[in-house]
Ligand binder design. Structure first.
Ligand SMILES: *[C@@H]1O[C@H](CO)[C@@H](O)[C@H](O)[C@H]1NC(C)=O
Ligand SMILES: *[C@@H]1O[C@H](CO)[C@@H](O)[C@H](O)[C@H]1NC(C)=O
Length: 253
C-alpha cells in the first residue's frame, strides 16, 4: 500500500531511465547499531528471489553484507526479541517463528524499508511506518550522498506511542512496537482505502503526525506528502538499525 506512490513515480520516469547493463549485482550492508541483537529479514516482491535466506541474526555493532540481483524488488525489516526455541519466536516482525523467513513477510508492526531496483538507474527506496514501527532505520548509499540518505528518527516512536497503538511485551511491560492507526483500527480513512483511496481524500491524522514528528523522513501513512521518496543509483546500500541514540530506557534489550 505504501508502495503506490513509488510505483506511480517510477512508471512516469522509466522511459528515459538509462539501462544499467554493466552491473552484475547490488550489495546491501546491514549494520546493527542497536544495543541489542536484531534479526534482519528480507522479503522479495512477487517474481523476485529470496536473498540471505530471508533472514539472519545480527549482533550489536555487527555488519553483514548481502548481495541481490540488480533488479531486486522487496522489503527489509528487523525483528526484535527473538527466541526461536520458544513458540513466541520474535516479539516484533516475526515471520512464522522462523529464523530464515524464506520469502514470507513479517507480522506488523515493523518499520519497513521498501526498495525497487530496476535494471536502469535509479533505484527507489523508502522507509515506511504504514504498517507501524518497531525500531528506527536509516538507508543510504555507499559512498554516502546526502540526497540519497533517509535518516532515522529524532525520538523512539515506542516512547511516544499513543496507548491505543502500543504493542506491550507481557513479561517486561515494555512498549516494543507501535501500530499504525490503519493496523490498529482498520478504518478506510486511516488505511487510505475506498472513498479515502486518493492523495486528496486520505489525509494525515493525529496518529500519523506522531510518526511524522518522530521520523520525518519516513512515510507516516500511505499518501504522505510530499512523499519522502529517494531515487538514487548505487552498487551498495547501507541499512542501519538504530542509527542514532535519543536517550535510554525505551528500547528492548
Ligand atoms: C563497535 O565496533 C567498533 C569497530 O570494530 C569498535 O571500535 C567499537 O568499540 C565497538 N563498539 C561496541 C559498543 O562494541
Ligand atoms: C523456501 O521457499 C521455497 C519456495 O516457496 C520452497 O520451495 C522451499 O522449500 C522453502 N525452504 C524452506 C527451508 O522452507
Amino acid at each position: 500500500m505504501h508502495l503506490v506512490p513509488t510505483i506511480l513515480l517510477l512508471s512516469s520516469i522509466c522511459h528515459f531511465a538509462v539501462a544499467n547493463n554493466g552491473q552484475a549485482s547490488v550489495a546491501f550492508r546491514f549494520h546493527n547499531k542497536c544495543p541489542f541483537p536484531v534479526w534482519p529479514a528480507a522479503a522479495p516482491n512477487a517474481g523476485h528471489p529470496v536473498i540471505a535466506a530471508g533472514g539472519f541474526l545480527l549482533l550489536p555493532n555487527r555488519t553483514r553484507r548481502v548481495r541481490s540481483p540488480p533488479t531486486w524488488n522487496g522489503r527489509f525489516w528487523a525483528r526484535t526479541g527473538c527466541d526461536f526455541s520458544s513458540s513466541r519466536a520474535c516479539q516484533t516482525g516475526d515471520c512464522q517463528g522462523r529464523l530464515a523467513c524464506n520469502g514470507t513477510i513479517g507480522t506488523p508492526p515493523a518499520t519497513l524499508v521498501s526498495l525497487q531496483e530496476v535494471d536502469s538507474e535509479p533505484s527507489f527506496y523508502d522507509v515506511s511506518l504504514v504498517d507501524g514501527y518497531n525500531l528506527p532505520v536509516s538507508v543510504s548509499t555507499w559512498p554516502a550522498e546526502d540526497k540519497c540518505s533517509i535518516g532515522g528518527c529524532t525520538r523512539d516512536v515506542n516512547s511516544v506511542c499513543p496507548r491505543e497503538l502500543q504493542v506491550v511485551h507481557e513479561a517486561s511491560g515494555a512498549v516494543v512496537a507501535c501500530r499504525s492507526a490503519c493496523l490498529a483500527f482498520d478504518l478506510d480513512a486511516f488505511c487510505c482505502r475506498n472513498a479515502y483511496g486518493t492523495p486528496e481524500t486520505c489525509r494525515d491524522s493525529v496518529y500519523s503526525r506522531v510518526f511524522k514528528e518522530a521520523c520525518p523522513g519516513y512515510f507516516s501513512y500511505a499518501y504522505d506528502a510530499p512523499p519522502p521518496l529517494v531515487n538514487c543509483h548505487a552498487g551498495e546500500y547501507v541499512v542501519t538499525f538504530c542509527p542514532a541514540r535519543w536517550g535510554s530506557g525505551h528500547l528492548p534489550l
